[in-house]
Design a protein. Sequence first.
Length: 278
Amino acid sequence: MNIDYFTNLPGTVALAIDEDFKGRDLTAELIDSTKTSNAEIISRNPAVIAGRPWVDEVFRQIDKDVIIDWQVNDGDRVSAGALLFTLSGNARSLLTGERTALNFLQTLTGTATRTRHYVDLVKHTGVRLLDTRKTIPGLRLAQKYAVKTAGGHNHRIGLFDAFLIKENHIRAAGSIAQAVEDARKLSPAARVEVEVENLEEFRTAIAATPDWIMLDNFKYIDLVEAVATKTGGIKLEASGGIEQDSDLVRIAETGVDYISIGAMTKHCEAADLSMKFI
């Protein structure tokens, strides 16, 4: 899957700057307009970094003369107290861009950190961990970039790039087989996935030969049976039922191909970052 994570980056950043700045930073105006400064940005806690392009774009839009010197790359794991980057330039510009830049960086780093935690838990298996559409509005591509950076994988980006046939779609179509057939006709190149909730539906879905089958909130014993009985090249995705880390490991060890985890993007804890003038 070739994804342009940056297609809406300038617009996303412009909106974020506008809601904070509105053309004026009253407190920064206390500082002489010609004063230049240097600043350091550190992480107060261990983290996996993601979000450099968004930070760069914030300062490009606020003041293209600000110099950013990165000490880390996206995907790097850092310890508490690590220096992430330095800034040099007009003091007002540094202060005006600080919050917006760090908002992007702390959110995407939080997403990457949680993703890497999950990835590390199941690295002894062959499973791939998928994100979902449960993202922060306006930051869909940014969060999916963070997931990918941290070793996770992207599910569909939106409603437009793959079929995910659920209960109501099946009811409207009349059957799983009919829904899959209609999907193949409508968009032959698109991936077709069917969501099932029990083994009976699973067997029906297998006969319809979609590309993927999502096993939604399956009991562990049923996951094991589904993996043992699948045929052909159909991929199996487990979803739901993950309350603790041990649940994720147990599901991964069944041999499913994928596990989708909404928590990677919706339960991320923002990294604790700090900027100080030096």
